[in-house]
Structure formats: structure tokens, C-alpha cells
Write a protein that binds this ligand. Structure first.
Ligand code: BGC
Length: 811
């Protein structure tokens, strides 16, 4: 069952009912100011950091779900309703929500009045613009009262939810003309305020929540709206809000439009005040002046659209499969950019106060956006690397505003360092910019203690070598990629952190996953050494790679698949000898991606075992059989009910590792089959089961042992976005950036006859047409560039700003 449809022409998903199985959201903002918005106008906005600079309040875990947002109330001759359906939930004669790239448009109609709200954050603007258009579709005149509403958060979202003894006394506002200024704590250390304005006269306003709603009322029945007139309340403490009351007369067929701005302003410390107690509003006035007219709004929206065009045109596919094309061309790269902006901080499953930027997460996310924003990817790499410690270990997370490592979690996740090599290699392959390796980068954010980025990568590589266990496999530390496999922490205390309560290291517990990742990244590290003329360094690294490969085959292979780990007692994890958790997905994907056992058959056997033991109709589960009870020696993984999250859920992040692994064995049909199982556009028809947005990936789909098998959770902020993008664009479609050029190496279902890709790469546009006359999966028979056949399958670098025709024949 569907709740809308894809409008590929406009790059929008269109919801035709507000009753989606869960709030289906979108993101506003591209650089500093961001908002989350649901299809019923719920959500919130923040500047840079969802925890420390939250502009509007949002209550996670609230009932009803997703109450609180940017609301527009209508009082049409006593009939009160909201065009976004929520919060008043009055029946609408028409409803439509279009989530586009960086904007959302919600339309609702009732009683002959049609209302359209367009929400977006213009480029380079620290605020959110809402354009409201009204149309009287009846043949009689209407007198309507409009009431806007946002509820201000007192900036620090964590404190805002907990510190009531203080917070209920500190709220302050100012009102000037049609603008409401929220200035809580500006009197003391803050140098920022928010404002909420409208480009028309108002007949009244409210800034005190209880005055607006009434003490016992929710957002669904505000007293002021029901009574039809504002109270001009001025908040002093309690809960400041912003609400305008606008009166409008509409003749039959007449239209009207309004522009609201929710903005964020920072002032220099010596310019905070206009006069004692009155804030300096100059910058707010400038921002308001930018969007006085519909033409200004229209122009800014067009700019936003061309911005997205310039990002997406880097890779455009024409395959003849509309689901595939819309994922590759629109929604998957869009989600990758959202993970670039948000990492794992703010979604409808991430509260914006929990996790900041993850070290491993951000490096993996980079794989999905590096071709869209290479310069920003470069900065991201340097920021991440600056949180690394001298011994090569790394903070697991850092805060986006301060860019400092998060002490509460610290380090000890022993896969983290290696992902820095993955991210950096991807950046250099995309851009050819080796100079990044020479950048001086701090350790532990200390500018007086720096080393080159290359040196950081070396410390990453050797952090594994310097931390080996009894089998010569890497020590796992607090956890590896699987945050919930905690082999050194034996927690028996409820509520204790599974990761950070125990020791960060143990002498014994080892990870085959990290071993696979090590072998996977080694060729890149070796290549970077060679290109830096570090011949001996490269030789050493090569030796470590070969040894690790042998060790995995010797101690990390279980006969039919790769083992997962050795626990603190030296017992096998993910082995046929185990009662539960006999086989895990991660080492099968990663070890084969690393090439381990490809020549000798273990790789093929391992992937066949995945198909036999882990694959379901909704994707590949993380492990089988799931743990039925809690095992302190395994940690959080066994804390989940069977079938959810890491305990046998379909963890969409590592499904693409198996897709990529399948292409390494040349099995394109299998790879594509696995791709379709978890890909949201292919799951649109089962939206009632999948439950989450059909246009973006979710982190997890309930596994076959879950009560809710096939139901997704944790949409948007997941490494799934980047890895599926890599699996499709590079492994399956076969457009692979390499250090010296674009390599064409597809692995497709044999029945695909042809497809085309336009790829912008290092200053040239490659118009690539691939044909498959002999129905093969893999193998490039012929490449013709601008009319001339070339040897091999690496396209030359042109760096000339021109378009070049590439004809590829498989065979
Ligand atoms: C985390 C990742 C982790 C994954 C598996 C996600 O929630 O953000 O860092 O690799 O879970 O445990």
C-alpha cells in the first residue's frame, strides 16, 4: 500500500494523505541553519548544533507523536483548522505534502479556502522562510484570522528539558512591529537571539504559551485561535512562543500571500545592545528585508534548486528502471548529503542531544558525498583527524560546534582509526588532491601538537598492528563497527553503558571484522606510501597485510564462513560451535571485499552461507540465530529482543558490503537482488509494513525473528546511505574513481542490455554509454573515448571542462 508517489520530474515525494504510517520527514538547510519537518508540519530548527543552539522546542517521545512544529492556524468565520492537518486534525477537502530537496510544501483546503505553505532555508541564510498562500475558492467573501505559532526552545535542548527550576524564570522576548524577538539569556553570556517575523501588519500577537493555548489545552485547541483574537501577551519566564494574528479579507477567487521568517542572529559582544535592555536588531532587519516579496522568495527557491542541481549532476544514471534511476539520481545522494550535515545527531530517532559526529560514521558518510562537495569533504577529514590521539586511537565522537572529542565516550573502539584511511583514500581518488596528506593536523584538538595527515593515517594503520591479540588478530577494544558487540565489558548493572562502563581494552578479545577492514584498507595505505616515495614503509605495510590475510584464513575462518570474533575468554563468536549467533554478516562482507579467500574458495563459500543462513525476503539479517537471552560476555548485542537492531535485525548498513562482495565474485544478479530488497523505492508498495519514508534508507528493518518482520526503524541518519550509494554506483554500475582516473568496471545482472551515466570527474564530464550485447555480468571488452579505442578500462583525465563521449562494450 502506498501513501503517495514519486514525482521524479520535480524531484519530490508527494504524500496524498496526512495519515502516513509514521511522520515522514524532510530536512531544510544546507550549511548552518537546519530544520526537520514532517508531512504535518511538525519538527524543529537549530543553528549548527541541534543540542546547543536549538531555536524551537520539540518533544521526543510525546503523545500524540510529532506534536509541535511550525503551525499556521485558520479561523474562518468560526471554523478553526490547520492546513497541515495536524495539530487540529480537522478533515481537509484537499491535502498534499511535497518533500523536495531542501524544501517542503504542504497544502490543505477546507471550507473553500485553499492554503499552501512552502518551507525552506535559503542558501547562505540563517533562518527558515515560510511562504503562505491563501485562495478563496468560494463565491462569497471571507474574513479570516490567521495565527502563526512557533514555540521557542531555551537554546540548550538538554537543559531545556530538565532544568525547570531555572528555566521557567529566564524566558524573555521583545516585540517590535510584526517581529517577535526571543532573547532568553542574551542579557548574560549569549550573543545570539532568534526572531519570528511576518511581512504584513498584524492585529495582535502572543509570546506567552499559556496565554496562547490556555493552561489545559494542547496545540490542537489553542484558546486564542478558538476565540479568534490574540491577547498581546508578553512572556516573562515560563514558555516563550511566537504567534502573529493576521486578519485578511478575501473576495471570491482572491488570493493573498504572507512570508514568515524564523531567523537566528549573532552579534559581536560589544554590539549586543541598541540601548540598555533593548537588543541590537540591525542584522534581523537585514534578514527580514531579504524576503519581503514573493519574487524574493521565488528567486531564493530557484537558487536552492540550482544548488541541488549542481550537486546531483555529478552523477546521473539512465537505466530504464525508474526506481533505480530515482534512487541513484535523487534520493540516495540527497540522503548522503543529509548525513553529511547531521551525522547521527538530529532525526526523528536521534534526539539532537545524544550523539554528535561519529569518527567511523563520518568517514563512511563521506563515501556518499565526496563527489558532491569535495572541498567540504576535505575539511571534514581534517576535522575528524584532529580528534585522533597520538597513539592512533580516536575519540569515538565529537561535537559539531566545538569540534572537540566527546570525553564521556572517549576512545577504544578499535575499528575507528582505520576508517580515516577509507575516507581519505576516497577523497583523493575523487579529487586527485594528494596535498591533503601534507596538511598539519592536531592530535586531540591540540594545535601545539600536530603531524601531517599522512602521519595520522600511519598511526591509524599501526594502531591495529600495535594492538594484537593471542591469535595475531586485532584487539576489539570497547567494540568495533558493531557498537553492541562488547566483549570486554561484563555489565550486570541496569542502565550502565555497555560500551564505556567496562575496560576499554582486554588482552584477549579479538575482532575478525577489524582484521578484514585492515586488509581492505591496506592497499590504499600502501599506495599512498608508494606515491610519497616511502618504499620501505610500503613494503612493511604489504607484509602486514599479507600476514593478516593468512591469519584470518587460519584463525578467522570456520569452515563455511568467517568467524566474528574471539571473546575475552578466547571463545569463538559467530561460529558453528556456538549455540546462538553462529554466523554474522559483517566479516563475510568485509573479508570478501578485502579479497580474503577469493582465490582459494573461502570467499564464495562464505557468501553462499550468507544466502543460506542470513538472507530473507526483506534483506540480510545481521546474525543468526539471534541471542535469546542476555550474555554479559557479549554485551549489548544480546540485550535486544531477537530480530531487532544488532541482534538479528536487517541492519541495512552492512547489506551493501555483501552486495559489493558479490560483485567481487562477479555475481551481478545476486548483488542487484540484494540491493532491491532493502532499497526504499522498491519497498514503496509495502509502505504499510515498512512504515517509514519510502524515499530514504532506514538503519534497520525488523529481522525474521522479530515480531515486526519487515518493519523499518531509524530512517535518514545511517551509514546505509553512503554504502548503498557506493554499492550501486561503483560496484554494480561500475564507475570507480581511482588515483589516476575513472575506472569502468561494472558487475550487473546479465539481462541488462544497456545504460548511460553522466559523470563529472576532475573537471570533465564523461558521457558514458555501456552496452552488454553478450549478456554478461562482468568484463569490459572495449572502451572508446571520443571516437578512439583505448587500452584497458581506465578513462583518461581531461581536466578541460569539456564533455567526452565514452562507449563501453561489455563482454
Ligand atoms: C552507529 C554505528 C555503528 C552501528 C552498528 C550505529 O547506530 O552509528 O557507528 O557502526 O550502529 O552498531
Amino acid at each position: 500500500m502506498k501513501f503517495g508517489y514519486f514525482d521524479d520530474q520535480n524531484r519530490e515525494y508527494v504524500m496524498t494523505t496526512p495519515r502516513t504510517p509514521y511522520p515522514w520527514i524532510n530536512y531544510l538547510g544546507s550549511e548552518e541553519f537546519f530544520g526537520l519537518i514532517s508531512n504535518t508540519a511538525g519538527g524543529y530548527s537549530f543553528y549548527q548544533d541541534a543540542r546547543l543552539r536549538r531555536l524551537t522546542r520539540y518533544r521526543y517521545n510525546n503523545v500524540p507523536l510529532d506534536d509541535g512544529g511550525r503551525y499556521l492556524y485558520i479561523n474562518d468565520g468560526g471554523d478553526c483548522w490547520t492546513p497541515s492537518y495536524k495539530p487540529m486534525k480537522k478533515e481537509l477537502s484537499f491535502y498534499e505534502c511535497r518533500h523536495g530537496l531542501g524544501y517542503s510544501k504542504i497544502q490543505g483546503a477546507r471550507g473553500g479556502l485553499k492554503v499552501e505553505q512552502l518551507f525552506f532555508t535559503p542558501l547562505f541564510f540563517t533562518g527558515e522562510v515560510t511562504q503562505v498562500r491563501l485562495k478563496n475558492e468560494t463565491d462569497r467573501a471571507k474574513t479570516i484570522s490567521l495565527f502563526s505559532l512557533v514555540e521557542f526552545c531555551l537554546w540548550d535542548a538538554q537543559d531545556d528539558m530538565t532544568n525547570f527550576q531555572r528555566n521557567l524564570s529566564v524566558g524573555e522576548v521583545e516585540v517590535e512591529d510584526s517581529t517577535i524577538y526571543h532573547k532568553t539569556e542574551y542579557r548574560e553570556r549569549r550573543d545570539h537571539y532568534a526572531f519570528f517575523s511576518v511581512n504584513s501588519d498584524v492585529v495582535g500577537f502572543d509570546t506567552d504559551r499559556e496565554s496562547f493555548l490556555g493552561l489545559s489545552n494542547g496545540f490542537d485547541s489553542p484558546e486564542v485561535v478558538l476565540e479568534g483574537s490574540a491577547k498581546n501577551s508578553v512572556a516573562s519566564g515560563w514558555s516563550p512562543v511566537g504567534s502573529h494574528h493576521i486578519q485578511v479579507q478575501l473576495a471570491p477567487g482572491e488570493e493573498a500571500s504572507y512570508i514568515f521568517i524564523l531567523g537566528y542572529v549573532e552579534n559581536a559582544r560589544d554590539q549586543k545592545w541598541e540601548r540598555p535592555g533593548v537588543i541590537n536588531k540591525a542584522r534581523a532587519h537585514e534578514m527580514i528585508a531579504k524576503f519581503r516579496t514573493d519574487d524574493q522568495v521565488h528567486a531564493a527557491l530557484e537558487d536552492l534548486k540550482s544548488h541541488w542541481n549542481s550537486l546531483l549532476c555529478k552523477f546521473q544514471l539512465t537505466s530504464g528502471d525508474e526506481k533505480l534511476d530515482r534512487m541513484v539520481n535523487i534520493w540516495n545522494p540527497y540522503q548522503c548529503m543529509v548525513t553529511f550535515n547531521m551525522s547521527r545527531s538530529a532525526s526523528y530517532f536521534e534526539s539532537g542531544i545524544g550523539r554528535g559526529m561519529g569518527f567511523r560514521d563520518s568517514n563512511q558518510d563521506l563515501l556518499g558525498f565526496v563527489h558532491q562537495v569535495p572541498a567540504r569533504a576535505r575539511q571534514r577529514i581534517l576535522d575528524i583527524a584532529a580528534t585522533q590521539f597520538e597513539d592512533g586511537s580516536a575519540y569515538h565522537q565529537y561535537q559539531p560546534l566545538t569540534k572537540k572529542g566527546n570525553d564521556a565516550i572517549g576512545s577504544g573502539f578499535n575499528d575507528d582509526p582505520l576508517w580515516l584511511i577509507v575516507g581519505t583514500a576516497a577523497y583523493i581518488k575523487e579529487t586527485g588532491d594528494f596535498s591533503i596528506l601534507d596538511e598539519a593536523v592536531p592530535f586531540d584538538s591540540d594545535p601545539s601538537n600536530t603531524a601531517s595527515l599522512f602521519e595520522h593515517l600511519k598511526r591509524s594503520f599501526y594502531h591495529v598492528i600495535n594492538n594484537m591479540g593471542p591469535h595475531g588478530l586485532p584487539l576489539i577494544g570497547r567494540a568495533d563497527w558493531n557498537d553492541c558487540l562488547n566483549l570486554n565489558c561484563f555489565s550486570e548493572e541496569p542502565g550502565e553503558s555497555f560500551q564505556t562502563s567496562g575496560p576499554s581494552e582486554g588482552p584477549v578479545a579479538e575482532s575478525i571484522f577489524i582484521a578484514g577492514l585492515f586488509v581492505y584498507v591496506a592497499p590504499d595505505f600502501i599506495e599512498l606510501c608508494r606515491r610519497g616515495n616511502l618504499v620501505e614503509e610500503a613494503r612493511q605495510a604489504q607484509m602486514h597485510m599479507e600476514t593478516m590475510t593468512q591469519t584470518v584464513l587460519e584463525h578467522g575462518y570456520d569452515g563455511e564462513w568467517f568467524l566474528r570474533a574471539y571473546d575475552a575468554a578466547g571463545e569463538k563468536v559467530g561460529s558453528k560451535e556456538c549455540g546462538e549467533g553462529k554466523i554474522f554478516i559483517e566479516p563475510q562482507g568485509l573479508c570478501v571485499m578485502a579479497g580474503i579467500g577469493v582465490e582459494t574458495g573461502e570467499a564464495e563459500q562464505a557468501l553462499n552461507s550468507v544466502a543460506q543462513h542470513l538472507e530473507t525476503e526483506h534483506g540480510i539479517v545481521l546474525l543468526a540465530p539471534p541471542y535469546s537471552t542476555y550474555y554479559p560476555e557479549l554485551g549489548e548485542i544480546s540485550s535486544y529482543p531477537p530480530g531487532y537492531k544488532e541482534n538479528g535485525g536487517i541492519f541495512c548498513h552492512n547489506n551493501p558490503w555483501v552486495m559489493i562482495a558479490e560483485t567481487i565474485l562477479g555475481r551481478g544478479e545476486r548483488a542487484f537482488e540484494l540491493y532491491k530488497k532493502i532499497c526504499p523505492a522498491y519497498r514503496e508498495d509495502i509502505s504499510e509494513l515498512h512504515r517509514l519514508e519510502p524515499y530514504v534508507y532506514a538503519q534497520m528493518i525488523g529481522g525474521r525473528d522479530a515480531v515486526n518482520f519487515g518493519q523499518a526503524k531509524n530512517s535518514w541518519l545511517t551509514g546505509t546511505a553512503a554504502w548503498n550509494y557506493v554499492a550501486m554506483s561503483q560496484a554494480i554500475l561500475g564507475i570507480k574513481p581511482s588515483y589516476d582516473g575513472l575506472v569502468i568496471d561494472p558487475c550487473i545482472p546479465p539481462r541488462w542490455e544497456a545504460y548511460s551515466i553522466v559523470r563529472q570527474f576532475r573537471g570533465a564530464t564523461y558521457q558514458i554509454h555501456i552496452t552488454n550485447p553478450n549478456g554478461v555480468s562482468q568484463g569490459v571488452a572495449k572502451v572508446v573515448v571520443d571516437g578512439e579505442e583505448i587500452a584497458g578500462n581506465k578513462l583518461p583525465l581531461f581536466l578541460d571542462g569539456q564533455a567526452h563521449q565514452v562507449e563501453v562494450v561489455l563482454g
